[in-house]
Design a protein around this ligand. Structure first.
Ligand SMILES: [Zn+2]
Length: 321
């Protein structure tokens, strides 16, 4: 009787220890099988992918072409370099055909040297090589050490990224932006079928106005990467009325010191017809794909990270059977 009581008393502790052991085994086996490598949703590699990588306050955008090539637009800050290289590792990116640096600000070029160390980079593209910013000097030194060609691009150039995607350079334009580096941002548009993505770096009013004058209604694009992290000094009404994006993406840090994105920008984007405003400070890395007719998030609607883990477990069992 005494023994039975003792067993009864010990039972909860034994069960708890057993449960802990099971959880530990699940976590150990799960991580060994890559079960939890699901921070990024699966994406269709046969279609173009645009990854707005979460680097906190900054821009780092990866373009993946349907023929398997990659290029990046900006690299985020040096502080975010580990997060950036981890994401690229997880995606299996080892080579960039191009690294396009929109302008010499640290939150756009600070991670470039880390990329030079980790990846094969074909060519560095920029709007100007002239800048006294220490971070920019480091980029030029880093590129020289790796023997990487650095090329200046401007309005009217084309970037030979993929046979199936066109990439046109819309800015810098003429002498615009002599007083403000942001307004000499390289602005590029990637097109696939009837869909296009407009990347504006940190372009502000002067450069947006110049784009409106030069390109008018042909600025219309399916997706706009809102300029300067959603600052009210960018995404002006006149510019948005010509771009008319159905999706806008804002790349900014959670609780950033600048208050980005500014309320008026969110309002202006909505008024210009943006049905979706996606933010890296809210959703972390944002992945968009296009089949040439429509743009859609790589995330399957309604599928949570937990669903993906369950799916992975089921597939593992199916593989074993
Ligand atoms: Zn910036």
């Amino acid at each position: 009787m005494k023994n039975r009581n003792r067993i009864k008393k010990a039972l909860p502790a034994v069960c708890a220890a057993g449960a802990l052991l099971l959880i530990a085994a699940f976590l150990l086996i799960g991580s060994a099988c890559g079960l939890f490598d699901s921070a990024l949703p699966p994406y269709d590699r046969s279609l173009p992918g645009v990854f707005f990588i979460d680097v906190g306050q900054g821009d780092a955008i990866l373009l993946s072409s349907p023929d398997g090539g990659y290029m990046m637009i900006d690299t985020g800050s040096e502080r975010a370099a580990d997060a950036l290289t981890e994401t690229l590792d997880r995606l299996g990116v080892t080579e960039l055909k191009y690294l396009l640096l929109t302008h010499p600000d640290e939150d756009h070029v600070g991670g470039a040297c880390a990329l030079f160390d980790r990846l094969t980079v074909g060519e560095v593209l920029c709007g100007t090589e002239k800048s006294d910013a220490p971070c920019w000097k480091s980029v030029l030194i880093g590129a020289k050490e790796k023997d990487l060609p650095v090329r200046t691009v401007r309005s009217g150039d084309r970037i030979d990224f993929s046979d199936r995607m066109t990439l046109e350079v819309l800015a810098p334009i003429g002498e615009i932006g002599q007083r403000n580096d942001n307004d000499r941002s390289v602005v590029v548009r990637a097109s696939y079928g009837n869909c296009s993505f407009l990347f504006t770096g940190d372009a502000e009013k002067e450069e947006e106005d110049a784009l409106c004058v030069r390109y008018g209604k042909t600025l219309e694009s399916s997706v706009l990467k809102a300029g300067h992290h959603g600052s009210s000094t960018s995404s002006g009404e006149g510019f948005l009325s010509l771009v008319r994006p159905s999706v806008a993406v804002i790349s900014c840090g959670k609780d950033n010191a600048f208050g980005h994105p500014h309320e008026e920008v969110l309002r202006r984007l909505g008024e210009a017809g943006a049905e979706q405003i996606l933010r890296t400070d809210v959703s972390s890395t944002v992945i968009l794909q296009t089949d040439g007719e429509r743009v859609f998030p790589a995330e399957t609607p309604g599928v949570t990270p937990f669903d993906r883990i369950v799916d992975r477990i089921r597939n593992l069992f199916l593989d074993v059977l």
